[in-house]
Write a protein that binds this ligand. Sequence first.
Ligand SMILES: Cc1cc2nc3c(=O)[nH]c(=O)nc-3n(C[C@H](O)[C@H](O)[C@H](O)COP(=O)(O)OP(=O)(O)OC[C@H]3O[C@@H](n4cnc5c(N)ncnc54)[C@H](O)[C@@H]3O)c2cc1C
Length: 282
Amino acid sequence: MDYIIIGAGLTGLHIAQALQNRNQTYTILEKSKGLGGRLATRRIDDLGLDHGALFLDSIDNNLTLETISTDLGHYVPGGMNQIAKIMAKDLKIMKEQKVTKLKPQNQGWHIETEEGLVLESKNVILTAPLPQALDLLSQNHLAPNENHELHSIKYTKALILLVTLESTENFSSSIFEGHHFQFMKERKLHPKGLVIQCSPEFSEKYFDQAEAVSTDEILKIFKRSPLGNLKIEKLELKKWRYSRPMTTYSQKFLELYPGLYLCGDGFGLPLESSRVLINHLL
Ligand SMILES: Cc1cc2nc3c(=O)[nH]c(=O)nc-3n(C[C@H](O)[C@H](O)[C@H](O)COP(=O)(O)OP(=O)(O)OC[C@H]3O[C@@H](n4cnc5c(N)ncnc54)[C@H](O)[C@@H]3O)c2cc1C
């Protein structure tokens, strides 16, 4: 195999598309059941709610999808996860394969997953959020301890409350006290769905509290908001330990060892980082 890509998010899918177009042999290994990573749409009552990124700062113009541009970024009616679904069409992806072991071997790389898959490849591209990528590298004694810049890239946390309301008539999305209140009906998703994406400061403060405590705190914000009198039917809390990088690395990707590449939003916008890596590789 020429390439193993770790992660089927925006970055991994974008790279895989380019490799496929250039007839390179590759496979994507993805630890989750679903695709898209932080482009996540979840179902309540069989109707969707975006519970990862609500917007993307940059989007691929070649996407055969309706995208809506706003001051806050671009979104996709029908769910942000549609982006991943469209991009993943015809790509070679193995889901539920969490890479745990990585070591140099025979001028390439030996990879093992928690599920027992063993593969070898000339090149490996790691697209997980940088702190997660560094954890994997450090478990395999590959972390570049001397590279302080790499270790200094931190991500904001995100607490998200998915809510279904009795009615959402006469209300539209807004930002209240720094928290995003996003109505899913505007995205052709759950007509009664509201996603409350808490501010980075609030999320940091309550992230490690018990779920009941953080949920209560978010509900206090909801009560203070202009929606406060609406009756909540269902709610679900979602946590992202790594939501967005606070700063990015000074290069668009990093070849840490020969054939081992780090790429993704820790290096700039995902599509930009992957495009620069693709140009370097192909
Ligand atoms: C709440 C929230 C709000 C956001 N808001 C915005 C915004 O307004 N604007 C914007 O531009 N961006 C925003 N983002 C960030 C945006 O979602 C990401 O930049 C983008 O989706 C990153 O794509 P990626 O492929 O680089 O990483 P990811 O989507 O994280 O993909 C990495 C993939 O790697 C997989 N993986 C990790 N470790 C392993 C392993 N060991 N083995 C196998 N697979 C593994 C993961 O499961 C994941 O699918 C937001 C994100 C969140 C969570």
